[in-house]
Design a protein around this ligand. Structure first.
Ligand SMILES: [Zn+2]
Length: 179
């Protein structure tokens, strides 16, 4: 995985395409949360869940179905009216994209197993043919090693920069839409 911070930042990049100035901060926070949440499956390692199983790391929580269900649950349970500047359908799409963007970034990493994008219907793991992002380790101590520096550099280049560009495009498009 890219680190949790980078996943959350990627979620914010998606947020810039959907959230206007009138949208409350909670919407941005939800996007960052959805960007990081699929890696909750890491907890399974402590309970003996195998990496390659449906419930293992990069398994079901990295699937299209999970992203759709998570976005649906958040909107359905807490935001049926949406938020200012963010109708419920758009809010669902925003949170869905913020979640599934996590899996697509994982599929671009150079280590671990691929993502079970089509779980639970097909539990095979997928990577993209090109995998430029150096995979991060769990925890934080590794960040201060030479490997950590290389990982952060690759995340800046392949996650933060594109997310920033995406955010910039989103802001410009929204501004054009209002004129
Ligand atoms: Zn992940």
């Amino acid at each position: 995985m890219p680190s949790a911070f980078s996943h959350a930042a990627a979620g914010l990049g998606i947020g810039a395409c959907f959230c206007g100035p009138e949208t409350p901060a909670s919407a941005w926070a939800l996007g960052a949360l959805c960007g990081a949440l699929p890696d909750i499956d890491v907890a399974g390692f402590s309970f003996g869940v195998r990496y390659g199983s449906v419930w293992g790391h990069r398994g079901f929580t990295h699937s299209l179905v999970f992203a759709a269900a998570l976005a649906g649950a958040i909107v359905g349970l807490g935001f049926r009216q949406g938020l200012p500047g963010l109708p419920p359908g758009w809010m669902w799409l925003y949170l869905f994209l913020a979640t599934i963007y996590h899996s697509l970034l994982d599929a671009l990493t150079d280590g671990g197993m691929g993502v079970a994008l089509f779980s639970p219907f097909d539990n095979r793991r997928f990577f993209f043919p090109v995998r430029p992002i150096k995979v991060a380790s769990f925890g934080v101590s590794w960040l201060f090693t030479r490997r950590g520096a290389a990982v952060l550099a690759s995340e800046l280049k392949w996650v933060w920069l594109p997310s920033g560009i995406l955010a910039g495009i989103g802001v410009v498009l929204r501004a054009l839409g209002r004129t």
